[in-house]
Each structure stands twice: as C-alpha cells, then as structure tokens.
Design a protein around this ligand. Structure first.
Ligand SMILES: [Zn+2]
Length: 159
C-alpha cells in the first residue's frame, strides 16, 4: 500500500484582486512629516539610557529596549556616509515608477543624530561626490507635501 498520490501537473489559481490599504505611520512618523511640512527640518528622538538620537523618531531603542519620548529638533543638514550611483533601471518602491537613471542613493548622517538616513542625493558625477561631504535636504514646496518620504526631494551637496 502506498500513501503517495500522483496528480500529475501542479495546478495554479489565477485571479486578480485589488488590495488598497492604508498603513499608519504612527505618532512619531506623523510628527516627523508634520515637522518637515511646518519647519522644513527634521525631528529625532533620544534614548534616555544610551543617549543615541534616532531620525526619523521611533518608539524603542533596539540595543537598550528603552521606550523613547524625548523629541529632538534637528536641522536639515547631514554628512554623506556612503553613496552609490545607480545606473540599473528598476521600479522605485515608493512610487512603482521607474526612476530615471542615473541617480545617487546615499546614506546620510543627519547632524545631531546617531543613525543613518537613506535618500537620494542630487549629484550623479562620481568626481563631484565623496564620503564626508556636507549635504542639505531640499523639500517639496509646502503646498505639494503629502506627508511621506517624497516630501524630501533630495539632498544636495553644500561644498
Ligand atoms: Zn538606547
């Protein structure tokens, strides 16, 4: 007696379903984008135990397991910690549209924070960009802001 059955070819189900959703960005995520809209600057949050400042603000400090509630006003300035000029086209996960290439994706340390913030840098010539350069965030016009990461258009090099 055998317990295996051979049904031959595997079957698939084909259907389409709309999946609209809204995802809450939470209290601190909302504060982050409200601060950008109101004052064109960043807001972070400090851990009471280790003193690290995170931007965008978050509820918990992962290394300490501490709940965070001390908000810190930060400027729109930072330092390039790493970057990559992207020449390979693929859909932008934020929009679903293909971002024109080339573009530069950077890891930026916002002044007064201890973590890395990633976003677009508006320089694609590798001869004119370097780790350690100072950058400033450039925001959408206030009336165009939608409360998402696209409200930051890009970071531009200040040097
Ligand atoms: Zn901590």
């Amino acid at each position: 007696m055998t317990t295996e059955r051979d049904y031959g070819q595997l079957l698939t189900l084909t259907f389409s379903t709309p999946m609209p959703y809204e995802w809450s960005i939470g209290k601190y995520g909302s504060l982050f984008f409200h601060e950008i809209r109101a004052h064109q600057r960043f807001i972070g949050i400090r851990c009471p135990q280790c003193g690290k400042v995170y931007v965008p603000p978050r509820r918990l400090c992962a290394p300490c397991f501490m709940e965070l509630d001390e908000l810190v006003i930060l400027a729109n300035l930072g330092t390039i910690m790493a970057f990559s000029v992207v020449n390979y086209p693929f859909p932008d996960p934020a929009t679903g549209e293909q971002r024109p290439i080339p573009y530069t994706y950077g890891y930026i340390k916002i002044e007064g924070s201890d973590n890395i913030f990633s976003h677009i840098i508006n320089e694609t010539n590798v001869e004119r960009i370097a780790v350690g350069m100072k950058v400033a965030a450039v925001f959408r016009d206030r009336e165009e802001m939608q409360g998402n990461i696209q409200d930051i258009k890009y970071f531009e090099i200040m040097e």
